[in-house]
Design a protein around this ligand. Sequence first.
Ligand code: GMT
Length: 378
Amino acid sequence: MKIGIVCYPTFGGSGVVATELGKALAAHGHQIHFITYSQPARLDFFSENLFYHEVTISKYPLFDFPPYELALASKLVDVVRFEQLDILHVHYAIPHASAAFMAKQILATYNIKIPVVTTLHGTDITLVGKDASYSPVVTFSINQSDGVTAVSQNLKAETLNHFDIHREIRVIPNFIDLARFSLKPRQHFKQAIAPGDERILVHTSNFRKVKRTTDVIRIFKKVKERIPSKLLMVGDGPERTHAEQLSRELGVADDVRFLGKQDAIEEILSVSDLFLIPSGSESFGLAALEAMACKVPIISSNTGGLPELNHNGVTGYLSEIGDVDDMAANAIHILEDNDRLEQFKEAALNRAKDFQLANIMPLYEQYYQEVIAEVASA
Ligand code: GMT
C-alpha cells in the first residue's frame, strides 16, 4: 500500500507512535509518505520505502496565526495526487482530521477518492478536543473520517461519552519494538547513578501539568525515607522548574537527577527498578509500556487506559490520582524485597510482550484494507 502519515513530529507520544508505525510498515514493504511540518524526531535515516514531505507555512505579516491547517490540506492534496496514495492516516484529531477532510473534498473534484483513517491519541479528546472552541470541529471530522481508531478502550469510551459520534471506533493499542526496548547490561551507568547500590526510580514525560510531576517528587521523598534510592527525571517541559523547586524544598535534591530530553531512553530504563507515572489523565501510557519492556514495574494512577496496561498487583500498582501516600506505600512494597521485585519485573516484561510491534502492526494493515475496500465500494 501507499500510505500517507500525518502527525506532530515532536517528542510527544502520538508522534512517536506515528513514526514508529510508518517505519515498521515501510520495513514490511509498504511505501510510506510522512507529511509533517518538520522531520519527525525518529526519522533520521534513509530507507527506500520512506518519503518525507514538509508542510511549509507562510509567515505573511498579516497572519497573527499562520493557517497551518490550510497549508497541510494543500500539501495533502498535492501528495495524494502526485504520489497516488491509497490511504491517509492522520494521528491526533486536531487539526489533522479536519485538514484531511478538507483535502478529501478537494481531491473529490479531481475524481480521486482518498480514504482517511484518524487515530485518537488522548489529549486531542480528553483535554483540548473537549474545549468548546474545538469540539464541533472535532465531532464533525471524526464522523467524516472513513476509519477511526483509539489507543485504548477507555479513550474510545471517553470519545463516545463526550462527542456525538456515529461511527465505529476500532481500538488499536500502542505498541513496542522489543528489539530496541529491552533490558541492556549497563552496570557502569548504574554504578555512576547509584554508587551505594540504591534502588533507582524513574519518570519520563514531557513535564506537562497532566503528568503530575510534583507527585513524582512527593512519592520519591516518602520512598527514600524507608529505602535508599535515587530518582531519575527524564524529559523537559513547563512543570520541570516546579519539580526541581519541590525536590529542593523537600530536601531530596541531591538524590534526584534531572536528565532533560534523552534519545536513548532504553539505556536509562535498563538501570531502573521502578517507573512512576501518576498522571491526571493518560489514554494509554506509552512511556509506561517502554519501561515494562525493559523489565521495569509500574506505579501509576488508575486513570484512562493505564489499568488496561498495568495490572494491579502483577505488573505494578494502581492508585487514585493524587494519592501519593498509597503510591509510595506500593513502591516500598515492591522495592523492599528482592524476590518480589524480580517477580514484578518478569510480569512487567511479559505484559509488554502483548503489545509487541509484531502483534499490533498487522491490526493497522488489516484495518487499512477494510477501510480502502469500504470506500471503493461506496
Ligand atoms: O501527553 C503525552 O504523553 C503526549 C501525547 C501525544 O498525543 O503526543 O500522548 C498521548 O498519546 C500517547 C500515544 O498514543 C499515549 O500513550 C499517551 O497516553 C497520551 N497522553 C495522554 O493521554 C496524556
